[in-house]
Ligand binder design. Structure first.
Ligand code: ADP
Ligand code: MG
Length: 268
């Protein structure tokens, strides 16, 4: 089995969490794992320390995202690739895992198209057009670099940045990067570890969703979970058998996500 595990930024605020690292090592004994991480909170924190106020915009579909101008993509890349990725690679290395830090830049792993224009909804509910900045829509994943590494027992740890059509760095959503990597690799499943047990509707955990059910649920969830559901759907549409959304802040989070009761599983 090949499983892509995305560790949400919500779980990385205090550095790589021991519960995830320990369980990741255990799961590695029985399957191939690829780790993709987020880190939005730390990007915002570091940017503000550097005096660069971060701006978030909401799309007409209701998705919230970082407005990534030139200075912001530089900080984003420094924090994601330089800090968070390195910390995870060091922590796994310390446990004897042959972890290798990668980002979407390496070996042409994630190619994206820069959004020329963004439509945002302002405080009064009006549509406003904005410069696209350095945000990308993923167009292609070249998974060879991952296959070369995993075939030799190395474990890729991937930061969510992409290469634009003019060779420029682009910010891509971590959940969607994980989904496209799972799809490109032909992975069996993708797991999104986050700070909640799964998709909640009317205060109840939704344990299973079909692809259609997941699409219908998009309207019933808020910021954060909307992107995870979209990514879960994209992974299935690209051939992944299961997308799982589950808690990363519990004991043995990966074992629970793969075999436990408390999770949301999306299958075609
Ligand atoms: N219907 C929902 N079910 C579960 N979580 C939801 C829902 N709607 C919004 N959320 C929010 O989504 C968050 C997870 O997304 P996010 O903050 O982006 O985490 P991550 O860093 O793991 O990607 C949860 O903490 C929760 O506040
Ligand atoms: Mg998120």
């Amino acid at each position: 089995m090949v499983t892509v595990v995305k560790v949400g930024g919500s779980l990385l605020k205090l550095g790589p969490p021991e519960n995830i690292l320990a369980d990741f090592c255990k799961a590695l004994e029985v399957e191939k794992l690829i780790l993709v991480h987020g880190g939005g909170y730390e990007v915002t924190e570091m940017a503000e320390k550097l005096g660069k106020k971060q701006r978030f915009i909401v799309s007409p579909e209701g998705m919230r995202s970082r407005y990534t101008d030139k200075e912001t993509i530089e900080i984003y890349t420094m924090v994601m690739k330089g800090k968070i990725n390195s910390e995870i690679v060091l922590a796994l290395g310390g446990k004897g895992v042959k972890a290798v830090g990668l980002s979407g830049f390496d070996g042409g792993l994630i190619l994206a198209e820069r959004k020329k224009k963004l439509i945002a909804i302002d405080e009064r509910g009006r549509r406003v057009a904005m410069e696209g900045g350095y945000t990308g829509k993923i167009v292609k994943v070249n998974p060879q670099i991952i296959q070369v590494l995993t075939s030799e027992g190395y474990v890729p740890v991937i930061a969510p940045v992409a290469i634009g059509t003019e060779g420029e760095p682009l910010n891509v959503d971590g959940d969607r990067a994980a989904a496209y990597i799972a799809g490109g690799l032909g992975a069996d499943r993708v797991v999104f570890l986050t700070d909640v047990a799964g998709v909640m509707v009317n205060n109840e955990l939704v344990k299973e969703l079909t692809l259609e059910g997941a699409k219908a649920s998009m309207r019933k969830v808020g910021f954060g979970m909307d992107k995870k559901l979209l990514a879960a759907i994209e992974a299935i549409e690209q051939g992944t058998k299961e997308s799982i959304i589950s808690a990363g802040n519990i004991e043995n989070p990966i074992t629970n996500s793969l075999n436990g009761e408390s999770r949301t599983v999306i299958r075609r």
